[in-house]
Design a protein around this ligand. Structure first.
Ligand code: G6P
Length: 477
């Protein structure tokens, strides 16, 4: 057993609460990471003395910075301390570049992400060969680096909260090193049926599930994902009681104050004015995603095209705004997908646009205020993911929209369970049914739309990040 450190509360995640970006004079600028989850965790962490967030350096700049820091305590560097406000420590692991790339790009974002979102094109994928085995060995080393850092930093009896599929092996590794710790793992993605999960090599399915079973509490966003995990665990371990009592559901919601702070800025106002010049007083179908295969923007655009083709009355009378934040551009499949949705967007524009009407506002960029402007203006919020652990954006849009929006969501996302019958719930593969749901949402009378939007908004804010985090702490302690 390692000797105990001094931290009583530890969070572990691949992506940490800091972003290091190069600035013009060759220096690095360190900022706090965005997003409700980061701020919620930050709020909760800063209440605990000696809290530590352990994360990976994601690129060469971060690795260089992490290597300068005493024992990786990047929060002790002056430029980082300033960005963090000294509320807790960050230990950024400078894992070597090759190991990191294999673990993150190949195993976490290709294999595990694809399995958990059912993204494989089965006639040719997945392939588990010798090369894949080397990448898997990197994933094991990556998880070991986290387990070692956590074991070193944790005080006797400390609480460790591990996040997501990048770190599925950590709970068991940490339990072996430090049996005194209280450990949770939260999976932000969906889970899949046992027969899909067990496409993975047998020893790998076992290692992943057993790795997670090393935790005292195994958290998911919804009951559906929790049940599928329990089914997978039974199948993979061959034991009916493998999951004992540890699986629990914590449906992450959004923080209305945080969203208002982000949304009510002058920069968003000016983006909204630009958008309004295009949209006019037409209803707007809005969506804001990462350029992510699981988000299903492709079929979303097909559904919008089908709406305009089959219900020509909508031509000239509706606008669809799609804002996509570039994501995981190192992966060829992501670059190809992005190019494909761009082509489809152009085709839709060619088919329908007139001098007076822009049917589709399609934007791929890093400019989050554009996304926030769409969220404020949306009359219909549209999320048709192939699968999605929760989909916080739909919850955030319910909080930000100034127009009591109607909501069209995929039945394959966690948020469908949270929003219930007040949303129009669709099969994400059924383009015709999705087009029909968009029509229904657009024509929902105001006296029905407003109470539905109110109830969905209440559901969206039921468990904001800080409370979500505390609920897990309570479950652990
Ligand atoms: C999902 C995962 C997160 C991840 C995020 C962004 O929401 O559950 O763990 O941080 O995607 O992905 P990225 O690869 O950019 O960190």
């Amino acid at each position: 057993m390692s000797s105990a450190g001094s931290a009583h509360l530890l969070v572990a995640s691949n992506r940490g609460p800091l972003t290091v970006v190069p600035v013009e004079d060759g220096d690095d600028k360190v900022t706090r990471g965005g997003g409700g989850l980061v701020s919620g965790m930050q709020a909760a962490l800063s209440e605990s003395p000696d809290a530590v967030w352990v994360c990976a350096a994601l690129n060469d700049r971060e690795r260089a910075l992490a290597r300068q820091a005493p024992e990786g305590r990047i929060s002790e560097l002056p430029q980082v301390a300033e960005a963090l406000g000294g509320e807790f420590d960050v230990n950024m692991l400078a894992i070597d570049a090759q190991t990191f790339r294999n673990a993150y790009n190949s195993i976490a974002n290709s294999t595990l992400w694809f399995v958990l979102h059912r993204l494989y094109d089965l006639p040719t994928q997945p392939v588990f060969d010798a090369r894949w085995r080397r990448e898997w060995a990197s994933y094991v080393r990556f998880n070991e680096a986290f387990a070692n850092a956590l074991a070193d930093a944790a005080a006797q009896g400390a609480t460790v909260m591990v996040q997501d599929y990048h770190l599925f092996l950590v709970p068991r590794m940490l339990r072996d090193r430090r049996p005194d710790l209280k450990i949770s793992i939260f999976t932000h993605t969906p889970w899949v049926s046992a027969d899909y999960f067990t496409m993975l090599p047998d020893d790998v399915s076992y290692a992943l599930v057993d790795g997670m079973l090393g935790a005292d509490v195994i958290g998911f966003h919804t009951q559906r994902w929790a049940d599928l995990f329990a089914e997978t665990a039974r199948e993979v371990t061959g034991k009916d009681d493998s999951v004992a009592s540890g699986v629990a559901v914590f449906p992450l919601g959004t923080d209305p104050e945080e969203m208002a702070r982000l949304g009510d800025r002058r920069i968003v106002d000016s983006e909204l004015r630009v958008l309004n010049e295009i949209v006019g007083d037409r209803p707007l179908i809005g969506r804001v995603d990462r350029t992510e295969l699981s988000k299903n923007v492709y079929r979303g655009l097909l559904a919008y095209r089908e709406l305009l083709r089959t219900r020509p009355d909508w031509r000239g009378r509706v606008v669809h705004a799609v804002y996509n934040n570039p994501s995981r551009e190192d992966l060829p499949a992501y670059r190809e997908y992005t190019a494909r949705i761009e082509r489809l967007a152009e085709e839709i524009d060619d088919e329908f646009a007139t001098d007076e009407w822009t049917p589709l506002v399609f934007d791929i960029g890093d400019d989050y205020p554009t996304g926030l402007a769409i969220m404020r203006r949306a009359d219909v919020v549209f999320v048709n993911s192939v699968r999605d652990g929760m989909n916080l954006v739909v919850l955030e849009t319910l909080v930000l929209s100034e127009r009591s929006p109607a909501v069209v969501v995929s039945r394959e996302i966690g948020a469908a369970e949270v929003l219930g019958d007040d949303a129009f719930v669709v099969n994400p593969f059924d383009v015709t049914a999705t087009a029909e749901a968009l029509h229904q949402a657009l024509t929902l009378p105001q006296d029905e739309r407003a109470p539905r939007a109110r109830r969905m908004r209440d559901a969206a804010v039921r468990l904001p990040p800080t409370q979500w985090f505390r609920a897990q702490l309570d479950a652990l302690r």
